[in-house]
Design a protein around this ligand. Sequence first.
Ligand SMILES: N=c1c2ncn([C@@H]3O[C@H](COP(=O)(O)OP(=O)(O)OP(=O)(O)O)[C@@H](O)[C@H]3O)c2ncn1[C@@H]1O[C@H](COP(=O)(O)O)[C@@H](O)[C@H]1O
Length: 105
Amino acid sequence: MNTLNDLAATIAERAAADPDSSWTAKLLAKGPEKCAEKFGEEAVEAIIEAVKDNRDGLISESADVLFHLLVMLQSRGVALDEVLAELQRRQGTSGLSEKASRTQT
Ligand SMILES: N=c1c2ncn([C@@H]3O[C@H](COP(=O)(O)OP(=O)(O)OP(=O)(O)O)[C@@H](O)[C@H]3O)c2ncn1[C@@H]1O[C@H](COP(=O)(O)O)[C@@H](O)[C@H]1O
């Protein structure tokens, strides 16, 4: 998890950097919609590798997905810690129980 935290900190720093000097700064300068679009593209690429059962491709594309997720969060001012806190809150709650509680009327 340290790697993700370190990457989120780098991305936050890049928000104030010159777009000509950094891919992250360049993407952030294009706005949240572009960051979201890029995240979607990377997610689709990861899906394709998973369907193809290409292990190395899935690892590589998953790294792209995580990086671009963090850029998208940065673009909307959401901290990684907020997402981790939500995951922490869900710990111990079965996904099946949670789904059942939502579908009951
Ligand atoms: N983890 C990443 C990372 N993963 C992917 N990418 C870049 O994301 C870009 C998008 O990938 P694509 O496959 O879409 O390539 P593309 O050239 O845009 O292709 P198309 O637009 O033509 O589809 C590529 O340029 C990758 O290099 C990343 N760029 C940066 N980081 C991290 O962010 C740090 C800061 O990077 P800079 O902001 O560039 O200084 C780096 O030290 C890394 O730790």
